[in-house]
Design a protein around this ligand. Sequence first.
Ligand SMILES: [Zn+2]
Length: 90
Amino acid sequence: MTLDLETQKRIVEVLKEKGATRACEACGNPLMELLPDFFTSTPFTPGTPPAVQIGKLYPTFGVACPRCGNVRFHLMGPLGLLPLASGGQP
Ligand SMILES: [Zn+2]
């Protein structure tokens, strides 16, 4: 799902409120960019084929470094942004 402009603005506001706006930890570039889509992380249980493990998903968004390609993902729940992932207002 693509992030609309309003959602992107809210995410940037929350990252600033939380102080989560540091430069790229890989190359030091201060200009990280919000990726335009939601992502999900799935818990992994060793010994179980990955295709069988679908069920529990953690909504995330990504921030990427345009210089080196480093990406960091933020869980939306701890940032109070889960309503945005379901299409609602925060
Ligand atoms: Zn970088």
